[in-house]
Design a protein around this ligand. Sequence first.
Ligand code: CDP
Ligand code: CDP
Length: 222
Amino acid sequence: MKKFQVAIDGPAGAGKSTVARRLADKLGAVYVDTGAMYRAIAWRVLQDGIELMNEKKISSLAEALTITLDTDGVYVDGLKLTDEIRSNQVSLLASDIAKIAGVRKALVKKQQLISQSQAVVMDGRDIGTHVLPHADVKIFLTASIEARAQRRYQELRAKGESTQLEVIHKEIADRDENDRKRTFAPLRQAEDALFVETTSLTIEEVTEMIFQLCRNKLGGEE
Ligand code: CDP
Ligand code: CDP
């Protein structure tokens, strides 16, 4: 199989992981959830009680940890993490540690290594701009902040978590700002990425649209 690369970036709640996972299935590629890697480091930082200002230590941790992405979760040094990396606390800390250059360097290296040996659909914030600058297909997925907050809210409610829409809205807005304003590899659309606005689109519609685009671009080599 040709080792093609599909890069999907965008803000929180845009539908990146849902669409990327489905697309990877349809294309016969591996789905790489880079956000789960930043979340996994954040989770370990909390577990180990490391101060956020201790950037050197957090960077060393990001370098040293073995992170494996699987369909059922992320494994950190062999320990499986699922719901524990999806809390609001971990989301916000992930966004803070994602500002640290040493952390980004370590994780980008791991992400590029994964894509060397297999076809990938990778989602995150800096995939089209930094991780896979020569990706065959680049998508910038977005939706209004209201729609994104509503989606995340419904997702959490469906899992039985009690939360408030305003809290989710603020958490997402804060994280977006953090991600857009940071110095190293901020969230932005790559010049050659296709902008896809999904506020009034279903997951199926978005997946189908990007799937057709991939088929055209990859020329049936998938
Ligand atoms: O990965 P990202 O944060 O961009 O978003 P996600 O986790 O894939 O999607 C957040 C939630 O929005 C999920 O519950 C999706 O099912 C939902 N969603 C939706 O309702 N409509 C879309 N067009 C895309 C996602
Ligand atoms: O699912 P959601 O879009 O809410 O977040 P995520 O993709 O799991 O990413 C969590 C956090 O990790 C983001 O808010 C970013 O700060 C950071 N991240 C990043 O900086 N670069 C990436 N390639 C992926 C995630």
